[in-house]
Design a protein around this ligand. Structure first.
Ligand code: SF4
Ligand code: SF4
Length: 145
């Protein structure tokens, strides 16, 4: 899912037809970056394939875009009756009170970084210099952005 998909996709909020969008990645909260070394660690994470970062409610998350081995080609859970609790707790219901956005492409992210360039642009704009880059080099990047 990406932030900009929402306008192109029609909402399909139903586990039977959504294709298991929530089974195609997982995300873990990570420590809020505070130092130049922390910012450089973010660069390291996102330099890896199929990894993204996002900020939601001011907290940072690492997202691994890798589908669950138990998601079938038909988008169904292959261990439904024995699935982990986190899978049971996450879901869609008609009240709309769950976290799930189905395959609408919508999400609650304040910022989503799909690649290193997107992250660096954000850090540059925020004036967050990472280790390994000199003050002068960083200042030059800030001027360009
Ligand atoms: S919980 Fe939401 S994202 Fe997951 S399968 Fe159901 S509708 Fe799709
Ligand atoms: S165990 Fe089932 S519900 Fe949980 S992520 Fe895998 S396919 Fe989805």
């Amino acid at each position: 899912m990406s932030e900009n998909d929402s306008q192109q996709k029609q909402p399909v909020l139903n586990c039977h037809v959504c294709g298991g969008q929530c089974c195609r990645y997982f995300a873990l909260q990570i420590d809020k970056p505070r130092s130049a070394e922390d910012y450089d660690h973010l660069r390291w994470y996102i330099a890896h394939r199929d990894v993204a970062l996002f900020i939601e409610d001011k907290e940072w998350y690492l997202q691994v875009n890798n589908k669950c081995d138990f998601l079938s080609n038909e988008g169904k859970c292959g261990m439904y009756h024995n699935r982990p609790k986190i899978c049971r707790d996450y879901g869609w219901d008609e009240s709309g009170e769950t976290e799930c956005h189905g395959n609408t492409g919508a999400n609650d992210h304040e910022h989503f970084f799909a690649n290193l360039a997107a992250l660096e642009t954000y850090l540059i704009q925020k004036g967050k210099r990472w280790s390994g880059i000199s003050k002068e080099e960083f200042a030059a990047l800030r001027t360009k952005n």
